[in-house]
Design a protein around this ligand. Structure first.
Ligand code: ADP
Length: 435
């Protein structure tokens, strides 16, 4: 591979990891999905179990309590099938694919916690994640769900966690990134991989987008004993992910849940005619009161416009959040968390920055600039992803497009035609406009 390619790979992996983290942070509940779950059983003759309640799984009482304490009333769609498979005796291997937010993490965390023998003081479950931040996030879920099961301990095999060679780790669950986990197994000999009973590879699609992680993951997997349960999760399933999954998980059961289509059916779409950036800002101020009844997201084409707009709105005394490409992951995460908690009602961002982040709770979207592809042409997919919502009873929403030139009007018309949905003129007669 050329050095340039490697760099590209690295950036892609980093982007995907950030997207995945932000998606986790912005979500406070499980994503509804009305699609059918596809299940491919390794042994087609064994009965296909699915559960509608957590009680049916005969979990340890401490774990059931943890699940309810987290506010889960019933298994999510993917959990209905995945949990019985993961908790079966003898252990079953599983490859599961469903979009972010459908309950995969909660499912494998429950499986790990269920399989641990707390009387044994060595690592028994090993989970690898693509980045430090994602590993910590999963660790938090383990800690929450295992709240009433304090005998089970967790160790983080991540950068910065310095360990001395040969010290034996007593924690039963290890969550970490591939490089550090390898070091802990081989160089430092802190973990005996032969004693691992459950191996989880999370975010396989993000993992393989990061240079080196694929090989490291396979090296880890090869050290595990034959009877070890292998579980692999991914939000997407390109061919490359599939090939990787098959190398990591022998004799898998497979569960897939298709991403639900986004639609514009429940979204009222408007446009506002303006002459300039300043004019768009004024128009925005005029509708500001209305849009902040709910949570709103404002998309700008460039980082510069986003910064400018955030500055202008702040000057007007509005409290807005800005998600910008200049920020490091921690800063972006902090912005997203504040927005999730409703501390700010308006989030300003750019296309690039918000790509891949699902913001179901946002019911007002302002396209301060219309979405365009990198060649400046209409980008139907991005338009739909920004303002469309999923679900049979798709939440109602409002989208306002700011149009400031003949060209942007043409683009708007393309969107109107493409989706066969009318975009209504919302322009305020200029005499009422603040200048
Ligand atoms: P994924 O790993 O697929 O992204 P998560 O396991 O992180 O999904 O779950 C997404 C969100 O839904 C989290 O906030 C989680 O606490 C919540 N969640 C998971 N399972 C359930 C459930 N059965 N009932 C209610 N909420 C759930």
């Amino acid at each position: 591979m050329e050095a340039g390619d490697a760099n590209l790979h690295q950036t892609d992996g980093k982007d995907r990891a950030t997207q995945s983290l932000l998606n986790k942070l912005i979500r406070s509940n499980v994503v509804n999905n009305t699609n059918q779950v596809e299940v491919l059983q390794r042994d087609p003759n064994s009965p296909l179990y699915s559960v509608k309640t957590f009680e049916e799984l005969r979990l340890k009482p401490q774990l059931l309590k943890g699940v309810y304490e987290m506010g889960f009333n019933r298994p999510s769609k993917i959990q209905e099938n995945a949990l019985p498979m993961m908790l079966a005796e003898p252990p079953q291997n599983l490859i599961a694919q469903s979009q972010s937010g459908t309950g995969k993490t909660a499912a494998f965390v429950l499986a790990m916690l269920s399989h641990v023998d707390p009387s044994l003081k060595w690592p028994q479950c090993l989970c690898i994640s693509p980045t430090y931040e994602l590993a910590l996030q999963t660790g938090k879920v383990i800690e929450q769900m295992g709240k009433f099961y304090p005998e089970v301990k967790l160790a983080y095999a991540v950068r910065g966690h310095k360990m001395e060679r040969g010290v034996k780790i007593k924690e039963q669950i290890i969550i970490g990134t591939p490089g550090t986990v390898l070091d802990w197994c081989i160089k430092l000999k802190l973990i005996d991989p032969k004693k691992i009973k459950v191996f989880v590879l999370d975010e396989a699609d993000v993992m393989i987008a990061t240079q080196g992680h694929q090989d490291q993951s396979i090296r880890i997997q090869r050290m595990l004993p034959k009877g070890c349960q292998m579980l692999l999760f991914s939000a997407t399933f390109e061919d490359s992910v599939w090939k990787f999954a098959e190398r990591v998980v022998p004799d898998p059961n497979i569960i897939k849940l298709k991403r639900e289509e986004e639609t514009l059916d429940t979204i009222k779409q408007y446009y506002v005619l303006c002459n300039s950036k300043e004019d768009k800002f004024n128009a925005l101020c005029n509708i500001y009161g209305a849009i902040t009844i709910a949570q709103a997201m404002i998309f700008c084409h460039t980082r510069k416009t986003a910064n400018w707009l955030a500055g202008q709105l702040s000057k007007e005394g509005h409290q807005v959040a800005l998600l910008s490409g200049e920020m490091v992951v921690e800063q972006r995460a902090a912005v997203i968390e504040r927005f999730r908690d409703g501390k700010e009602k308006v989030l300003i961002t750019t296309n690039v920055c918000a790509r891949g982040i699902d913001v179901e709770q946002v019911s007002v979207v302002i396209n301060f600039d219309l979405p365009l592809d990198k060649d400046g042409n209409p980008d139907n997919e991005t338009y739909l992803h920004r303002i469309g919502r999923t679900g049979r009873f798709g939440k109602r929403g409002l989208a306002v497009n700011m149009v400031d030139s003949q060209r942007s009007m043409e683009i708007l018309k393309t969107y109107e035609r493409h989706f066969s949905k009318i975009i209504t003129d919302f322009s305020i007669p200029s005499k009422y406009l603040r200048r």
